[in-house]
Design a protein around this ligand. Structure first.
Ligand SMILES: Nc1ncnc2c1ncn2[C@@H]1O[C@H](COP(=O)(O)OP(=O)(O)OP(=O)(O)O)[C@@H](O)[C@H]1O
Ligand SMILES: [Mg+2]
Length: 243
C-alpha cells in the first residue's frame, strides 16, 4: 500500500507494526503543515495526512451569512465521517491512497539539519508514525480522542493575520482559493475562536490552555509567535513525541 501523503517516501504497513497517531492542530498559519512536513521527513517510518484533503466539494462549502463569502474555516466544510473512517482504518492497518491538494509548504530544512535531527531520533522500525495536519482536529473531544498525541500550535491574532495575508492562497478540489479582503478577521479568526475557546482559560484564546484541555484532553501546546524559529517548533515536537 502506498500513500500520496508523504512526498518523501513510500511507506508500507507491516504486520504487527505499532501505529502512533499524532494530531497537529491549531489555527490557520500556526505552523502545522510546516512542522508536520519536517517531522514526516525526520521520523523513519512515517506518513502525513492532511485534513484539507477531506473538504466537501467546493460548490457545497457553506456561505457565511453575514459576509456572503465561502466559509472554508467551519467544521461543516469538512467531511468528518470520511475523515474519521480514514483514521480508524489506519488504526486497523488499512491505508488507502488520498489525492493530496497540499502543495504550498515546502520542507524548510537543510540536508545538514536533517542529518543532525535524524542522528538524535532513535530508530523505531516497529513503529509507524502517522502525522495528521489539520486546522479542525481539536474542536471536538471525540476527534481529539482518535490521536495518541495531540500537538496544538497557536499564536496571536496579529501574528496569524500577518502570516495568512502573506500567503498566495490554497489549492482546492476545483481550483485555487485566494482570500478576499478581510477574510482573516471576518471568517478565519472568528471560526477558530468559536470552535476552540472551550480549550482556554476563561474561554479566552488570548490566554493559556485550561486544565480540561491539558489534563482531560491531553493537549500539548506551543505558542508559535514571530520570535519562534522553525527549529524551536521541530525540537519541541520531537521531544513531545519521544517523551
Ligand atoms: N515561527 C515562524 N516564523 C516565521 N514564519 C513562520 C513561523 N511559523 C510559520 N511560519 C510561516 O507561516 C506560514 C504558514 O505556516 P503553515 O503553512 O505551516 O501553517 P498552517 O498551520 O499549516 O496553516 P493552514 O491551516 O492555513 O494550512 C508559512 O509560510 C510558514 O513558513
Ligand atoms: Mg497547513
Amino acid at each position: 500500500m502506498s500513500t500520496a501523503a508523504s512526498p518523501h517516501q513510500t511507506i508500507k504497513f507491516q504486520q504487527g507494526q505499532n501505529i502512533v497517531l499524532i494530531g497537529l492542530s491549531g489555527p490557520s498559519s500556526s505552523g502545522k503543515t510546516t512542522v508536520a512536513k519536517a517531522l514526516t521527513c525526520l521520523f523513519e517510518n512515517s506518513i502525513l495526512v492532511h485534513l484539507d484533503d477531506f473538504y466537501i466539494p467546493d460548490e457545497q462549502i457553506p456561505v457565511d451569512p453575514i459576509h456572503q463569502e465561502k466559509d472554508w474555516d467551519c467544521p461543516e466544510a469538512i467531511d468528518f465521517d470520511k475523515f474519521v473512517e480514514y483514521i480508524e482504518n489506519i488504526k486497523k492497518g488499512i491505508l488507502s491512497e488520498v489525492k493530496t491538494l497540499e502543495s504550498d509548504v515546502t520542507l524548510k530544512l537543510s540536508k545538514d539539519e536533517i542529518s543532525e535531527y535524524r542522528r538524535k531520533i532513535p530508530s523505531t522500525p516497529d513503529t509507524l508514525y502517522v502525522f495528521v495536519d489539520g486546522f479542525m482536529l481539536f474542536h471536538d473531544p471525540e476527534i481529539i480522542s482518535l490521536f495518541d498525541l495531540k500537538l496544538f500550535f497557536y499564536a496571536s491574532f496579529d501574528t496569524l493575520k500577518y502570516r495568512r495575508e502573506s500567503r498566495s492562497g490554497y489549492n482546492t478540489e476545483a481550483g485555487f482559493w485566494v482570500d478576499p479582503p478581510n477574510y482573516f478577521e471576518n471568517i478565519v479568526w472568528p471560526q477558530y475562536v468559536k470552535n476552540h475557546n472551550y480549550l482556554f482559560i476563561d474561554n479566552d484564546v488570548n490566554k493559556e490552555l485550561n486544565t480540561y484541555a491539558i489534563k482531560d484532553l491531553g493537549l500539548l501546546s506551543y505558542q508559535n509567535e514571530s520570535k519562534t524559529t522553525l527549529n524551536d517548533l521541530i525540537q519541541w515536537s520531537i521531544d513531545s513525541i519521544l517523551n
